[in-house]
Design a protein around this ligand. Sequence first.
Ligand code: NAP
Ligand code: FER
Length: 333
Amino acid sequence: MQGLEIHLAARPVGKPQPGDFDIVSVAVAEPGPGQVLVRNHVMSVDPYMRGRMNDAKSYAPPYEIGEPLHGGAVGEVVSTTVDSLRPGDFVLHELGWREYAIVDASQAVPVDPSLAPLSAYLGVLGMPGLTAYVGLLDIGSFRPNDTVFVSAAAGAVGSVVGQVARLRGAKRVIGSAGSDDKVRYLLDELRFDAAFNYRTAPVVEQLAAAAPDGIDLYFDNVGGHHLEAAIESLTLHGRVTVCGMISQYNAAEPPAAPRNLMKVVGKRLTIRGMLVRDHYDRRAEFLREVGAWVRSGELRYAETVVEGLRNAPTAFTDMLGGANTGKMLVSLV
Ligand code: NAP
Ligand code: FER
């Protein structure tokens, strides 16, 4: 039996191009001792993958040229050499970007398709949802009555940040996004108090108008002018969770902003970075609270699903450009 996988052909310069990826047909192997063969049903494309395509030392090692890419995926166990996993079981694992994966059973987390759709384990109830939950509550020290601003607010992480803030009793939740449709989605579906399209006018002006009394907490997914604007609007002792800076992931030049970091001093701001890998001890609590809101419909989520492994590189590049509302996913069956 043959299966397709996506290899890194070349390190992208700027925005990834189709030639940076190879689509390769390989023979599907049998699982060795302690392994399972998984047929992937759905895989994730995530912003951090852009960083791993560069040959730069970072918190995660670079992808290798000529090797398959990897990342979160959910699939069905086809054959197994272990007693703990049976054919037909569904598992979450880290060998996406391929139709079939040989996964060490120790690296395969069983998921229950009757509790939530398989895709949810890669988004709202998965790594991005946990990032939002921990980043808001623990890293950002969210308190009821805070005014919260989140960028990339219509995305996988941002949409959970804004809704958890609302459900936990924020005074005001403000989001920014890159299209008028996304702004409408934030206001009408996710019930943000205010939202704006950062492409239509300077962020600093739109944020000041949306938050006349300032913001207490900024959840940064974007960096650059968004961070600069947030520093302007933050109140005394305000807090920033630095989750990501996607405006820089394809950039070849250092960012032009923020230029106002000295205001961190006078305002006594706290700016704290985070990596979700440090916080899996919070997963059970996260699933309890956010899972209940998802089941009750109080917390909504969207997915943008691209079909077929061949389209995964385009899905990835389009996600970096803002084509997704909610989590960007690739379905493989
Ligand atoms: P996402 O928000 O679902 O998708 C990325 C979005 O970023 C796009 O849809 C686009 O939406 C926006 N974007 C792209 N370029 C932009 C720019 N120049 N300015 C403003 N917005 C831009 O992705 P996600 O998975 O939820 O990730 C969101 C952020 O969280 C990223 O920075 C990611 O690296 C970070 N993250 C960090 C951790 C951690 O552990 N630290 C874990 C997960 C994610 P628009 O249409 O609104 O532009
Ligand atoms: C991202 C997704 C995940 C990201 C970072 C992570 C900064 C971190 C994962 C980890 O904890 O290793 O988009 O961007």
